[in-house]
Write a protein that binds this ligand. Structure first.
Ligand SMILES: *Cc1c(COP(=O)(O)O)cnc(C)c1O
Length: 359
């Protein structure tokens, strides 16, 4: 097929490898644990399943393109007016909407690295240029990030807690950073893991954006709310910003089943947050056990732990695969391991314990 002439594609596509779905790994005794995508280990609540089933009866109809009932429910949940909210197809979709609104060739988008894998992809697709600022001690270096701002900078992602390291930046640091960002440059505080945070020093973005029209708070239903498969994310920002971003919405891209499930999930917040509490306890147990075994694990406020394995990352990931535990390796850097059920976490800890990592 190599002599086939294809249409001319954008050269940026040459930089991407085709998406490889995570493979299912199975242990010799038939166990398979997926700790690679930071999902909730729990299936949907009965009340959410019922809403999904009810909404499924009407999928011959287009969804509400304004997602009015969902946006009202999110606004009520966050204690903000509805015109401060915009929704999208996952928070990845909302991130793409944000870039649609501000990015163009010549524009620069600043973010920490390593951070969320979607950022470089979305920035490249937007035609803008990524400016990656190395983590310092596995944590956002907000001083260096402020120093990386130029007159071409249009948007800055701050992922708090950071994926994949789990580390956080505190209120005073974030406020000092925001004070240094020009008012015409957006700051997107990606709080995908907000519900797992227990450190009081970490601000809730919703308390910060009020007097800062350039600050956008990004949230998702994919993690604590357990709806990764249905794709709903949202932002909260000044109404002029939320209104501008809504204009970039791909029509109907938050589907009717997702809208109904999102509303039902917000109605079940107490039950869902009780599940999160269990994950937080497991997170602290898993990190404690790893530390006791001599591993170095950055403090994590998310539903995963980070092991900086360097050149041994793939060896470790293969050792996990062999026991039916799939983790997320970043070759040459480290592995991110999601917190699952106690049984899943024990399976991971057994592999970690048997892995020769010291010295
Ligand atoms: C998982 C994750 C998201 C969620 O993405 P969705 O598109 O909402 O599923 C967003 N940001 C970060 C940093 C994440 O790790």
């Amino acid at each position: 097929m190599s002599d086939v002439t294809t249409p001319r594609f954008r050269s940026v596509l040459d930089r991407f490898v085709a998406y490889k779905p995570g493979k299912v790994v199975v242990s010799p005794d038939g166990r398979s644990f997926k700790l690679s995508s930071n999902e909730s280990p729990h299936g949907p609540l009965p009340s959410v399943l019922e809403a999904i089933g009810e909404a499924a009866r009407s999928v011959n109809r287009y969804p509400d393109n304004n997602a009015t009932a969902l946006i009202d429910a999110i606004a009520g949940h966050c204690g903000v007016p509805a015109d401060h909210v915009a929704v999208g197809c996952g928070s990845v979709g909302v991130s793409q909407m944000l870039l649609e609104a501000v990015a163009e060739p010549g524009a620069e988008i600043v973010y920490a690295w390593r951070s969320f894998e979607a950022y470089p992809l979305l920035v490249a697709l937007s035609g803008a240029t990524s400016v990656q600022v190395p983590l310092r001690e596995e944590t956002h270096d907000l001083t260096a990030m402020a120093g990386a701002i130029s007159e071409r900078t249009r948007l800055i992602f701050v992922c708090n807690p950071n994926n994949p390291t789990g580390t956080v930046v505190g209120r005073a640091e974030i406020e000092a950073f925001l004070d240094r960002v020009p008012e015409d440059c957006l700051v997107v505080l990606d709080e995908a893991y907000r519900e797992y945070v227990r450190d009081d020093e970490v601000p809730d973005g919703l308390e910060l954006y009020g007097d800062r029209p350039n600050l956008v708070i990004l949230r998702t239903f994919s993690k604590a709310y357990g709806l990764a498969g249905l794709r709903i994310g949202y932002l909260v920002a000044h109404p002029l910003v939320a209104g501008a971003i809504r204009k970039t919405f791909l029509p109907f891209s938050v589907n009717a089943v997702a809208q109904a499930a999102g509303i039902a999930s917000l109605a079940a917040t107490d039950e869902l947050l009780a599940r999160v509490e269990g994950t937080v306890k497991e997170r602290d147990r898993v990190r404690g056990a790893l530390l006791a075994d001599g591993w170095t694990v950055p403090p994590t406020e998310a539903n995963f732990v980070w092991l900086r394995l360097g050149e041994r990352t793939m060896e470790f990931s293969e050792a996990c695969d062999a026991q039916g535990v799939s983790v997320r390796p970043f070759p040459g850097e480290g592995a991110r391991v999601s917190i699952g059920s106690p049984e899943e976490n024990d399976a991971f800890l057994a592999v970690a314990r048997a892995f020769p990592h010291r010295g």
